[in-house]
Design a protein around this ligand. Sequence first.
Ligand code: TYD
Length: 213
Amino acid sequence: MNSRQGRFITFEGPDGSGKTAQLDILAEEFIQAGYPILRTREPGGTPISDQIRATLLDLKNTAMIDRTEALLYQAARAQLVEEVIKPQLARGGIVLSDRYADSTLAYQGYGHQNTVTSLEGIIHYATGGLVPDLTILLDLAPEVGLQRRLDAGGLNRLDAYDINFHHRVRDGYLKLAEADPGRWIVVDADRTFNVVQQDLRAILQENLDKWGY
Ligand code: TYD
């Protein structure tokens, strides 16, 4: 029996904010240092969730309507929460997730302009009400993010939306962060990779210390 409470940290941000590459280094460093970290990502993270991810990102699925998309994200998430996140938290461990429920609010809610309260309902159903202890937003102007994405080569179905969509996503994220400053930390991602990495490392270390890891 482990009486320690686990901790759930999520990383959010627009496409091209460098989240994934930053997390590669950050997670590896803290795992090497001996912290009980499990890293995952959304959509995906379990065999079933990865199959749903492939459907969501498939460029051929142009007929997909908004509600289908929103529900598929929740289906992938429900499976991830039960199979991966909750067991790790029950062991007293730390979960670092590349995206989580706030991506649904930012993209399907603010981006696609679906009703945020309806989305909160299906998110609650999918997650059983599991909310992160800490959410780090890598904030970046959409123009910069899309350019980085183009430079890296290739676009997926979700990148194909127009720039206004990406502006709404960014503004949505900033609203979410502003509404819950106790949970969110906003990091300016329009700086060099190493400078952003230093910030992320300091934030993670500070919180792990605070939680007694
Ligand atoms: P991915 O290639 O993993 O992008 P990134 O590296 O930026 O995370 O694609 C994930 C895409 O899915 C991204 O465009 C955001 C989108 N998304 C949603 O629209 N809603 C969600 O709930 C989640 C988890 C992701």
